[in-house]
Design a protein around this ligand. Structure first.
Ligand code: BGC
Length: 352
């Protein structure tokens, strides 16, 4: 079932709506036209009690103004590009620098801050098809890019996100979703006791500005080894330079073996008190684990007035490596005319 609700009005006068999808099992998800953001995601615990497991806001204004990209679709390129500079076919481009000296999540007005067109397709497995036209030169990116993101709520209690894009000129693209999870409920406190498993054998080392140095470090013997399940907090205070620089986890984990043709199981998160279990299937080569280290914006409280608090939510952003065009050996994020950018990530919920 899908319903459409008025959410607010942007300064320019544009009315913004959100859509609520619900399946027969009672799982529901709210998606906003602004940023294509996942605003709410309600899933049952082991006793059948539903809770909202993602961060979000009550007011449109907070989606517009709060830093954090809460729940949003991020593009044209996820994460940071050093000084905004990169080359396509030897020609240098400058993406808008909105994060100190660097460009973050697509620049000043990335896809996270645009209003998407939404088409609702109701049924047992309701779908929302979001589209966006990103014109040539937008935020310093070449090529007219047409993006299509399909959110589907599956009967099995999964949220599937299918990302597609085409371009009329060689360009770069790296899309993701920036949902912040806490499987105990978004207002249930710190994330440290979540048991996390990530099938990644390397991660991207970053400098003081969280820009990749070019080094892909083996997780072996480091706090970044999540190949066996462990609490997120277990090694959080470890004496590790990379963790300290970022103030926690804020790193791109490279899945063992890289990109796959079809989505495969790569990540699992488990919250012991509620029994909620989330598995992430994707065909992307990497995931950014962000432990919400910058979540402290008191002027933008979350739903119900709950404060944004560091490490009370975490993101699992499937993507390719950040700053990729600037490092030999990183993923190729170029898209050519005639090709299709085509990735799927599925967040599957159950209980244990
Ligand atoms: C990045 C963080 C950044 C955050 C913004 C994450 O994807 O890894 O460094 O602060 O997005 O909300």
């Amino acid at each position: 079932m899908i319903t459409k609700t008025h959410f607010g009005t942007l300064e320019a006068g544009k009315e913004v709506y959100y859509y609520t999808m619900k399946n027969a099992a009672g799982m529901s998800v709210k998606i906003c036209e602004f940023g294509g953001a996942i605003m709410e995601l309600r899933v049952p615990d082991k006793y059948g009690r539903f809770a909202d497991v993602v961060g979000g806001f009550d007011c449109l204004r907070d989606y517009v103004l709060s830093p954090g990209y809460i729940g949003a679709l991020v593009g044209r390129t996820a994460n940071r590009i050093k000084r905004g500079k990169y080359k396509v076919d030897g020609k240098e481009y400058s993406a808008y620098c909105n994060n100190g000296k660097n460009s973050l999540h697509g620049g000043k007005v990335g896809y996270s801050h645009r209003v998407w067109d939404v088409k609702a397709v109701d049924g047992d497995e309701p779908k929302l098809i979001l589209t966006l036209h990103s014109p040539d030169g937008e935020e310093g990116y070449p090529g007219n890019v047409d993006v299509k993101v399909t959110y589907a709520l599956l009967s099995s209690n999964a949220l599937s996100i299918h990302y597609e894009a085409v371009t009329d000129q060689r360009t770069v693209i790296n899309l993701t979703n920036h949902a912040y999870f806490n499987l105990g409920g978004y207002a249930s406190g710190k994330i440290f006791d979540h048991i996390l498993q990530i099938e990644a054998d390397r991660y991207v080392v970053t400098d003081e500005e969280l820009i990749p140095t070019g080094v892909l470090r083996s997780v072996e013997g480091t706090p970044f080894d999540f190949r066996e399940p462990k609490p997120i907090g277990r090694d959080f205070e470890a004496d590790d330079q990379d963790l300290k620089i970022a103030g926690g986890y804020d790193h791109c984990f490279c899945f063992t073996g890289g990109e796959t043709k079809e989505p495969v199981l790569r990540v699992a998160a488990y919250e012991q008190n509620t029994g909620r279990f989330m598995q992430v299937f994707t065909n992307q080569p990497c995931i950014q684990l962000y432990s919400g280290n910058f979540l402290d914006n008191p002027e933008h409280p979350l739903k119900g007035g709950y404060p944004q608090t560091k490490q009370s939510l975490f993101c699992l952003e499937t993507q390719k490596m950040p700053d990729a065009p600037n490092h030999a050996g990183f993923n190729d994020i170029t898209l050519n005319p005639g090709e299709k950018y085509d990735y799927t990530t599925i967040y599957q919920f159950s209980v244990k």
